[in-house]
Write a protein that binds this ligand. Sequence first.
Ligand SMILES: Nc1ncnc2c1ncn2[C@@H]1O[C@H](COP(=O)(O)OP(=O)(O)OP(=O)(O)O)[C@@H](O)[C@H]1O
Ligand SMILES: [Mg+2]
Length: 493
Amino acid sequence: MTRIVLATASADLESRFRAATGGTLLALPPAAALADPAHLLSRLDGAGLPEVVALDADPAAEHALRLAALLDEQCPQIAVILVTEQGRDLGLAAIRAGVHDILHPRAEIPEIQAVLTRAAQTAESRTPPPTSAQAPASVTGRVISVVSPKGGVGKTTVATNLAVGLARATPDSTVLVDLDAQFGDVASALDLTPEFSLIDVVHGPATHDSMVLKTFLTLHESGLYAICGPSSPAASDTITGEDVTRLLQVLAREFHYVVVDTAPGLSEHTLAALDETTDHVLLTSMDVPGVRGLRKELDTLTELGMLRPSRHVVVNFADKRGGLSIADVEATIGVKVDLQLPLSTAARISTNQGIPLVMSGSRDPLTKQLRRLVDRFTDGQGSAGARELDRRRPRRGRRDAVAAGQDEHELDRRGGQRDGDVVVSPGTEAGIGLPVAPAVQRVTDQPVTADGPIPMTRRLMRLMNRAAGAQEHADRESDDRDPRYRGGERSGR
Ligand SMILES: Nc1ncnc2c1ncn2[C@@H]1O[C@H](COP(=O)(O)OP(=O)(O)OP(=O)(O)O)[C@@H](O)[C@H]1O
Ligand SMILES: [Mg+2]
């Protein structure tokens, strides 16, 4: 069945279209009320992508022509029909806007049917066969998830700076997904006012088509595409782990880099993202609770077989004055620290102003380290490209304040805090050896419960039990090969 949309204010035209289509028509308000394809598609209430869109161009033809041109560019598989009595005058403009056919507003039902049938055939010929849609696309991007067990340790700061750095190093390469579905603040960190959020891309027509999905992304001035978190925390309940999986898989086919900002801990959404992740950025603050939390998270991911070889352990708020050294941190987490991000006033100012540090042209040590993080993914092209862009970019507005190092005290006041106010974890003595946190209880020893040290979601419990099952299976197999065991029965022990 052909999916047909008619955008009109005319009840008479709508009723003739209904008759022509046997009632299978989705009627929308006129083109003037639909700013762009994403607006149009978001009003389809989850229906699939239409094959034919008829736009009533009277009386304001310019809106209809503009929307037709955008549909042609962003959703080329849709055949657009212009309904107008100015067919002769608008002919050339309509061709340029990629319009498939023109229909008079007083056309009779048989004529409407004939035009819709031709348009549907064209749409069908433009739609790629299902097999090629499922075939692996040319890009298999890296999915980089920024995770930490604790909140407020700089995940959004790192994710936004990394994503902006990657987008500037390779244009059109990067999308940032705010997976902190309840309290995500990517939009604020990038000073964006998104029209569409995570909710819109995981529900509705964007789920069926990657071209449509792209129309729901928010473009940042750096060239980064962003999917911002929903405006209401309650909306996150409607997003499942499967939604996250499908979204990241589609994005990885379209972008070289998919950077994922996450909520603290191992939520359902984070675990789904980690399943799709190629590169972990594991973040901790430089204090005892943060470091111990990271140790537990590393243990859990190892236990689940989810820790990727490509991982980047980052210590944020690095400051010797807190009484911990990097050697202490490494001894506790049992792996090398790859990057230290120093405690810096510039971070808070940048967060409050919505201007990522890597765009500021600042020589602040934190900014330098964030550029180094970008370089880890671009073989050093990131900071070189960004510096070149900084030279070319005219300075203006809020960015100037940071870049030009405007009266630091004034900025500090506006940033709300000075360095001395940022307290590194109290209660630690210089040179203290951190106790090694016990590994997460092995699920084979004791069933996993929901009140473990890290909030355990149902998905996490499922995964842990799956991992335990796999381990038991492996144990049984090695038992079978062991001459001391016979027929699964242990003997001689
Ligand atoms: N190296 C740093 N020095 C000083 N302040 C920092 C540093 N890194 C981040 N911050 C500040 O710490 C605050 C929390 O950072 P951010 O929002 O990035 O953390 P988060 O882990 O995403 O938090 P949440 O878990 O709530 O999402 C912000 O105000 C940010 O500017
Ligand atoms: Mg955050």
